[in-house]
Design a protein around this ligand. Sequence first.
Ligand code: ZN
Length: 445
Amino acid sequence: MPLDGPEVLGPTPRDHSQAYWDPAVQTMDPEQLHGLQDRRLKELVARALGTPVPLFGRKLRSAGIESPEDFGGIADLHRIPLTVKQDLRDSEAELPPWGDYRFTSPRQAVRLGTSTGTTGDPTISIWTRRDLWIEYESAARTWWRFGHRPGMIVTHAHPAYLYGGGAMLSGAYEYFGFLNIWVPPPDTDELAEQGLRFWTKVKPDIPFMGFSTGRFFEVAAKLGIDPLDAGLEFKGLPGFGLGKGMPLMTAGAECYAYVGGPCGQSPGAHLCEDWAIVQAVDPETGREVPEGEWGNLVVTTLDRDNGLLRYDLEEACAVLRGPCECGETSIRALWGGRFKDLVAVQGKRFQPSELETALRQVGGVSEPTLEWQLVRPRPDQAGEPLVVRVERSEGSGADRLHDEDIASRCAAAIREALSITTTIELLDRGSIPRSGYKSSRVVDQ
Ligand SMILES: [Zn+2]
């Protein structure tokens, strides 16, 4: 798909009735796909050694891979040591600002973004036009699977500027052929109102706002705006709720923003295997765990200008290799959350999202949105009840008997789902800080 003139700034138009965005790749014979991966992986290793890319060169040499001839392709992939985010941070700290892990000069890139820094110092990602094109094509496969088509109106409220996520999402939407309405993240009620008022004028067909969706419902209720007038509707995405965990749709902007998408017929997300090798790895051995079991999400990107080799996102992933009825031939993967976010208490380990799912069942706390936090237990508190703070629903008064009833129902829902005991603190609406993007659900005291 060439990008060689102003009149072809996007992809070639497709027949809206065709089943896949890119049938040639999405239904490719698995053996042929494997061969393509193998070839591209060898190219990546040769480039890491030849460019050279010092960080990956050191990793390869430590595994005895001094030249491309020492590397046998996918069968040898487990030999290459994992690289984690801290390696990238250290590299940037030692050789600021870019570090020594880039495959191209930053001046060959056209876009830059930093990670959010929620789990440490942010690192810098760069994308060339080709890198962006791979992301946009990958995203297009997913949206086509969802039944979305060019000509639809889409909206989002992703953060922007140095954080590259918003530009990436907007770019991918526009490339696909959506009319893209980008409203500010609803950090304040005033900013949320800007988006809401605009949507009552131009109603989006696809109102997906990700993490900030709840904020818009909350502010709409305050302003007396009917969410339906603004096109806001909670619509489930296909494939969510199938199998354990969630479909693995992204490996983060720093690695591969649109690594896969669910088809809705089988658990997990179909992966873009032509552009990535995704593995669920036991970090102790570097080997893949058995199919369907949780391991570390390890991604090797293929055919990009700027790649990552055996990048361990320190998140949980499970790979599914069985054929899928939808006709796509790629393997699928599930996402089980960040290991860093796991909460350990009373001998159990769980993701905050599991606790949130349990609380959603409880009346009296989830209208118009569920707002909650848990207090991360110190190691010496691991046997004690977990402290969970929950806001009362709008208009639900601080009546003692009523509160006791709600609190005991919250505790029961959590006990049922996670087999842990809790101390529930009910708070007034608005007590927990709001965020226009990802809210902090886990706090220290
Ligand atoms: Zn499928």
